[in-house]
Design a protein around this ligand. Structure first.
Ligand code: GUN
Ligand code: ZN
Length: 432
């Protein structure tokens, strides 16, 4: 049966980084969304939306927006989130690699996949983009857990054939073969999308990058995800490993690992040539603000990057990131914007967390928007979810003043309801 959700609606009709905010966003104070067969059939002012033969769910004062889209995270790191005191390379060796070693066990991998997806849903995130581990079982576990929830996810086997401990290295050939088999099994199955996933240049030999570049060339509808220029020490390491390369990005470029569908996590410390190349090739970068402060990586200049014409998504980067919440992630992006000299508008933050990330993933036709035809991944925000937020939003004189306290101070308590492909899901993670 069709569903009709009524409440406040916020719909983007243009990109708020290029169009004026007033022209980019529509706020329907008496809005409705009609859901049919898991998809959005219509969204707009309530009197324009067909209500025949539909179950009516009234959300009252709640604000209906697309579910959040997390464009870069690591589900195997859920168990080590908030690990103290290390910067990137030491953090990987001390906390991350020992935990990732455990994902050869399919039972453990499935448990962590279930846990992560339920935490994400409780925080209003309906689409996730995850690195797995080198173990094919970790990829199966993730996609099986996502399929059980009918969630759209993008993920792939993390490939590493150097500078990683015993038990956590593959080879160029096995990385190719395993990725090819997983891609054939999962890419386009239900809502699953495969991402070819070399972890980063320090842990992949040129032979491995070459093999994965060939695999991507043969399967261009897949995504390709990796890390780029996150910390200065990492960049210096890449320079030592590849003195012949003009810059870090060239170590991917020379193996065909660049172009539409490429997702470069972090990309904080870029050279002018790298910026030009990212724009010209239609590659995307992913801003991971809570991670960038937590691991001490630096200040990503989102406004400049977007103005330069580089496709940009937003992400938690858990467990290097310190929160599962895209609200907290928007707050961190706002704070870093302030430190970089640009106050990002709440509309821009919300766009980055939904349609912007979906565009980076090349999935904006099906997720991250309320446009008709899109899958019905929707959340209802409570803009008064705590006393501290309520006392501030109660004074709001416009929609942006009403939303901004939730962006800056909100968490999973602000997520009143979640729909995944038209199915209303329980808000609380299992077991809590
Ligand atoms: N660079 C290479 N691997 C990782 C990772 O797991 N997390 C982060 N934040 N950066 C990385
Ligand atoms: Zn990452």
């Amino acid at each position: 049966m069709a569903q009709l959700l009524t409440g406040h609606l916020l719909r983007f009709v243009a990109d708020p980084f290029t169009a004026p905010i007033k022209a980019a966003v529509v706020h329907d104070t008496h809005g409705a969304i009609r859901i049919e067969d898991g998809r959005i059939a219509a969204a707009g002012p309530v009197d324009t939306v067909d209500r025949t033969d539909a179950e009516h769910i009234d959300l009252g004062d709640r604000l209906l927006i697309p579910g959040f889209v997390d464009a870069h995270m690591h589900y195997p790191q859920t168990g080590i989130i908030a690990a103290w005191g290390k910067r990137l390379i030491d953090w990987l060796n001390t906390y991350t690699f020992p935990e990732e070693m455990r994902f050869g066990d399919p039972t453990y991998a499935r448990k962590q996949a279930d846990l992560t997806l339920d935490l994400a849903l409780a925080h209003g995130t309906t689409t996730l983009t995850s690195f797995c581990t080198i173990h094919p079982a970790s990829v199966d576990a993730w996609f099986e857990a996502a399929a059980a929830r009918n969630m759209a996810t993008v993920a792939g086997k993390t490939c590493m054939d150097r500078n990683a401990p015993d038990g956590l290295r593959d080879t160029p050939q096995s990385a190719y073969d395993d990725s090819a088999a997983l891609l054939a099994k999962w890419h386009g199955t239900g809502r699953a999308r495969y991402a070819i996933t070399p972890r980063f240049t320090p842990t992949s030999t040129p032979d491995q990058l070459e093999a994965l570049g060939a695999l991507w060339a043969a399967n261009p509808s897949c995504a390709m995800q990796t890390h780029l220029s996150e910390q200065r020490d990492e960049i210096a390491w890449v320079r030592d490993l590849h003195p012949e390369a003009s810059d870090y990005l060239q170590t991917y470029e020379q193996h065909g690992l660049i172009g539409p569908g490429a997702l470069f996590g972090h990309a904080i410390h870029l050279e002018p040539r790298e910026r030009d190349l990212l724009r010209e090739t239609g590659s995307a970068v992913v801003h991971c603000p809570t991670s960038n402060t937590f691991i001490g990586s630096g200040l990503f200049d989102a406004a400049r990057t977007i103005t330069d014409g580089i496709t940009t998504g937003l992400a938690t980067d858990t467990g290097g990131g310190s929160s599962f919440s895209m609200l907290r992630t928007m707050a961190a992006a706002y704070e870093i914007g302030q430190l970089s000299g640009t106050a990002l508008h709440p509309a821009q933050l919300l766009w980055l967390a939904t349609e912007g990330s979906a565009r980076a993933l090349r999935m904006q036709d099906r997720t991250g928007t309320l446009a008709p035809g899109s899958d019905a991944d929707i959340i209802a925000l409570d803009l008064s979810s705590t006393p501290a937020i309520a006392q501030r939003s109660g004074r709001a004189e416009n929609i942006w003043e009403a939303i901004f306290p939730t962006i800056m101070m909100g968490d999973d308590r602000a997520i009143a309801d979640v729909w995944v492909a038209g199915e209303r899901v329980a808000r609380t993670p299992e077991g809590n």
